[in-house]
Design a protein around this ligand. Structure first.
Ligand code: SF4
Length: 485
């Protein structure tokens, strides 16, 4: 157990995130909450203010680190809070770097999931060069990752500029899957009795109808549509047809882009793809994660490499404008050569988007429970694997266009979405950069309101699991109406 002792307990989570960069999933608590003798390490963090000067001091295992920052005279309360947090986090980070010099931290002290959002904010404040310098000199981000953030921000620029204040992105979640993947932490249900799904779809319709009425009442319009999961294609062709028909009746339009995550090839057939096409879905995901049959079996995906190729060819024949494929670098038991083979097989198919994930070991995943039974890659190997994915995307003519980080990723890396020019997914950019409001329907989804020009975002999560969603739907509908009031 790791303990923190600090005079600024309101920043305990921020300090804990820095510690997790180096010590993974360790339990981190405040020293006063435990018997001090039970702590393996205690991190002492203090923040002292003298006028406009803020001095953060970190100490552990006889090492000490001090960082001093000066607050601008006319700083707002938000800027003051940012500086305090930054001082404590950096003192902690530099101390940890000295304690564990071998831990890879390509994103330096940054712990949030959206480094590109920070890069854009810093560029807006002082220009791109200043953002680069702060990434490298202040936050200790590698030059390579700084370049990646800068490239992504440049690709995203026209998309972000095109968001209008009365637009929302529409999201629908289908939290059911055919089987559970070993690494999954999403609270999706393995599809059992149809009855459960039928009840969910009925509730979803009520949720959608209320959302569409809200959109009409507030004079909003749909910018893009995204159906994700789970695996939306666990729905039968007729269920999917009914849901999309209802959505189009209620909302009138899906905006400039409509995506359905087909996800697992074992849930896709010609009939379902035709239904999607007929309803104007122009972008789908067919996600192999790996093209190695042995790994697919090991991670609990009930399909083969051959299924992926067959379904992909079918989707191309039917004429979808944009097909995304997901790959995970660092799956249990995989080597660099396996990832290269997957990339070679994907390159033969020539998708429009490739998303390269780094394996993240989530607390609630089966993988976490069975950790001792699986061979996982080292940070260095994970980094080499994501590089193979990046090279594959670039060789197919794609550019990185969005990215995000998660906790507990191998090598403290990131997930990157690559796209052929003109095939970038608008929804992914809006959602990751938090530049457009999102109205979501379904369990385990997040409705988000972006307040134009106020640098303010509010979030309204829906219940994660299906039974709670079914029970609390009336309240959720009321909350959403309030939320957009
Ligand atoms: S398909 Fe996706 S949501 Fe479903 S179990 Fe696998 S990782 Fe989880």
């Amino acid at each position: 157990m790791i303990a923190i002792s600090t005079n600024r307990t309101e920043y305990r989570n921020d300090i804990a995130e820095e510690i997790r960069l180096f010590l993974g999933m360790s339990e981190i608590v405040l020293l006063e909450e435990i018997d001090p003798a039970s702590a393996e390490i205690v991190f002492y963090l203090t923040l002292v203010q003298e006028g406009l000067l803020y001095t953060a001091h970190a100490k552990a295992n006889d090492l000490e680190q001090t960082e001093t920052f000066e607050l601008a005279e006319n700083a707002t309360a938000l800027e003051k809070k940012k500086l305090e947090k930054r001082a404590l986090k950096l003192a902690c980070y530099h101390l940890l770097k000295r304690m564990y010099p071998d831990v890879a931290t390509p994103w330096g002290s940054l712990t949030g999931i959206r480094p590109t959002k920070l890069f854009r904010e810093l560029s807006q404040e002082g220009g791109e060069q200043s953002a680069r310098e702060q990434f490298i000199d202040l936050f200790d981000v590698s030059e390579e990752k700084t370049d990646l953030a800068a490239r992504i921000c440049a690709v995203q620029e026209p998309f972000i500029r095109s968001v209008q204040s009365n637009q929302i992105d529409l999201y629908v979640g289908i939290p059911f899957c055919k089987t559970k993947c070993l690494y999954c932490s999403f609270p999706s249900e393995v599809l059992g009795k149809q009855d459960r799904l039928t009840r969910y779809l009925e509730a979803l319709k009520r949720d959608i109808a209320a959302g569409a009425a809200l959109v009409r009442e507030k004079g909003l319009s749909v910018r893009s549509f995204y159906m994700g999961g789970g695996t939306p294609t666990v729905l039968s062709a007729s269920q999917m047809d009914a849901l999309l028909t209802f959505l189009r009746e209620q909302y009138g339009s899906f905006g400039i882009e409509a995506t359905v995550e087909a996800g697992r090839p074992d849930t896709i057939d010609r009939e379902k793809l035709l239904v999607l096409k007929q309803h104007g879905i122009d972008r789908i995901s067919i996600n192999p994660q790996t093209m190695n049959d042995e790994t697919l079996k090991r991670v609990g995906r009930s399909h083969t490499r051959e299924d992926i190729v067959r379904v992909y060819d079918l989707a191309r024949e039917i004429g979808f404008a944009s097909i995304n494929m997901d790959l995970i670098a660092g799956l249990p038991g995989e080597t660099k050569d396996d990832v290269q083979r997957s990339c070679d097989a994907i390159a033969m198919l020539r998708p429009d988007n490739l998303t390269v994930h780094s394996l993240a070991i989530k607390r609630s995943s089966l993988l976490k429970k069975e950790l001792d039974d699986h061979a996982l890659s080292t940070a260095e190997q994970a980094e080499q694997m994501t590089r193979i994915g990046a090279v594959c995307a670039e060789q197919m003519g794609m550019n990185p266009y969005y990215m995000y980080r998660q906790k507990y990723m191998s090598g403290n890396l990131e997930n990157v979405g690559y796209a052929l020019p003109g095939k970038e997914c608008v929804y992914n950019i809006d959602m990751m950069e938090e530049t457009a409001s999102i109205l979501s329907h379904g369990a385990g989804t997040m409705t988000k309101r972006v307040f134009d020009g106020q640098n303010r975002i509010e979030r309204l999560p829906s219940p994660k699991d299906v039974p709670t969603y079914l029970n609390k739907l009336d309240k959720l509908i009321e909350d959403k109406a309030q939320f957009f009031a």
